[in-house]
Structures are given as C-alpha cells and as structure tokens.
Design a protein around this ligand. Structure first.
Ligand SMILES: NC(=O)c1ccc[n+]([C@@H]2O[C@H](COP(=O)([O-])OP(=O)(O)OC[C@H]3O[C@@H](n4cnc5c(N)ncnc54)[C@H](OP(=O)(O)O)[C@@H]3O)[C@@H](O)[C@H]2O)c1
Length: 253
C-alpha cells in the first residue's frame, strides 16, 4: 500500500517503521515542510497518518485529500473540544470522499476499556455503597493532568453514577464532596499511561486497570484503524471515531 506520513515526530517515525516492516511504501514523511510540497505529486495514497499539532490538522486534511488519500488516521490530540475545527475537517473529508478516523488514543485496550468502564458504571452506579473513582498514572514530564483519556472515561461513566453529579481532580485538603467522582492523577517516573476505574464498598471493592507498555500500542492501533477502514466499503466519508470503528469491528450487527 502507498502510505503518507504527516508528522515526522516520535509517532510519525514509529508508524513509518511499522509500515516499512510490513512492506508498505512510504510516499513521503512531512512535517512543517508539507506547505511547500505539491500533494498531487504524491497521488495516489491509500492511507495517511496525521500526528502533528492541532494547528496543522485542517491543512493536513486538505493536503491528504488533494493527494487522493482513501483513509486518513488523525491521532493529533488537543482539538477534541474544538467543534468548529471538527466541522471544518469533516466538511473537507466529506467533499473529497475521504474517510478520517480520529481518536484521542489509538490504544485498542484503552478504547475497549472505556466501554467496559461504562458497563461497570451502569451495573455498580445504582448502588450508593459502591463509591466510584478514576485513577491515572503517567510519566513525570507529561504536561497536563488529568489525561484526556481519564476525562473521557469519567465523563462517559458519569450519567450512570446515581450518587455523582460531576467528575474532577479533587482540590484542597478538606473532606471530599460526596457527589464528586474523584479523578486522581499521579505524575512520577516514566509510565506511558495507566488508568484504573474502581468501586469501593464497605466490605469489598473492584478495580479495572489498563496499562500501556510503550507507544507501540498506539502504532498498532493506528495501523489497525487504517486497515479496518480501508476494508470496509460501507464506511461513509467524513469523521468517524476510532471507538466507533472498533465497535463496528468487535460487535455483531
Ligand atoms: N491518538 C494517539 O494514540 C496518540 C498517541 C501518541 C501521540 N499522539 C499525539 O500525536 C501528536 C504527535 O505526537 P508525537 O509524539 O509524534 O510528537 P512530536 O514527536 O513532538 O512530533 C510532532 C510532529 O508534528 C510536527 N508539527 C508540530 N507542530 C506543527 C505545526 N504547527 N504544523 C505542522 N507540523 C507540526 C513536528 O514538526 P517539527 O519537527 O518540524 O516541529 C513533528 O514532526 C501529539 O498531538 C500527540 O499528543 C496521539
């Protein structure tokens, strides 16, 4: 297959190595120099991967469309809440007949874990005795907290938790607000990402945990997203989340 890499950082290089190892052709790996490259000169492109910065996503989507790309996988984070940008990217994709797979994480385990956490919230959330919590651990150098994944997990659980009305990092040193789902973020060492969802009752407790070992999990998920989308003729053009794509692939319809 002919593959285009938009972003030549850690993820771009790791995806490039994985594509080369399985025999795909890299037509280009572009960073900020995409602006000076003629996309038509790279056509056709089967799969493209965008791992850069939120500022570059729209231009990169236009670039991928102009290169005749069939499936674009966008892993860049930091734009989930920007509805105008999402609409603009979706509009470019729909006009070009381009399928764009987006995900705050391409870790298959983490995406499926979120569904399991929501199911656990549905089952335990009605019992006030089972007090829920979300806990995450990332490397000391991660600039933000809590992780986008922890926020997504907590927000997806919240509607099913009868005793909680908000989810957030706890503040201060006083007694906790019983109606807050506490999201605890630990920053230490080199962990590439660990998330725990727990329910603690007086006489018993349950914990669900997902741990990323290194970025190879994100690389594998990004390739899986591209291959799955390419193999699905019924997938419409426009934006589709990696979670939805996995849902289509892992449930009987
Ligand atoms: N969804 C997932 O599973 C997942 C997993 C890992 C990372 N990510 C996200 O993917 C993105 C890239 O991660 P990374 O680890 O590869 O980062 P990185 O090593 O810092 O590389 C970033 C790349 O993007 C380019 N870039 C940065 N700002 C740009 C801009 N304004 N316009 C065009 N290109 C720009 C950089 O070009 P220069 O070298 O020229 O600066 C570089 O090639 C981040 O948003 C990260 O959070 C997502």
């Amino acid at each position: 297959m002919r593959a285009l890499l938009l972003g030549g950082g850690n993820m771009g290089r790791a995806i490039g190595a994985a594509l080369t190892a399985r025999g795909d052709t890299i037509v280009a790996m572009l960073g900020r120099d995409a602006a000076t490259t003629d996309p038509a000169s790279l056509a056709p492109v089967d799969i493209a991967f965008e791992f850069t910065h939120a500022d570059a996503i729209l231009a990169d989507t236009r670039f991928a469309a102009a290169a005749g790309t069939r499936v674009l996988v966008v892993g860049t984070s930091g734009w989930a809440g920007d509805q105008r940008l999402r609409d603009a990217v979706a509009s470019v994709a729909t006009d070009a007949g381009l399928r764009v797979i987006v995900g705050p994480t391409f870790s298959v385990a983490t995406v499926l874990f979120t569904s399991i956490a929501v199911e656990a919230a549905r089952r335990f959330g009605r019992f006030r005795d089972f007090d829920p919590y979300v806990f995450e651990h990332h490397r000391r150098t991660k600039p933000d907290r809590p992780s986008g994944t922890a926020i997504a997990i907590a927000e997806a659980m919240l509607p099913h938790l009868h005793s909680k009305r908000q989810a957030r990092l706890p503040e201060g040193d006083g007694a906790p607000d019983p109606e807050t789902l506490e999201v605890i973020a630990l920053r230490a060492g080199a962990s590439p990402g660990m998330h725990v969802v727990g329910f603690d009752a007086p006489g018993e407790s349950i914990e669900l945990r997902v741990t990323a070992r290194d970025r190879s999990a994100y690389v594998a998920g990004a390739l899986l997203a591209a291959d799955t989308a390419l193999a699905d003729p019924d997938l419409p053009a426009g934006l589709i989340s990696f979670a939805e794509l996995l849902d289509r692939a892992t449930t009987d319809h």
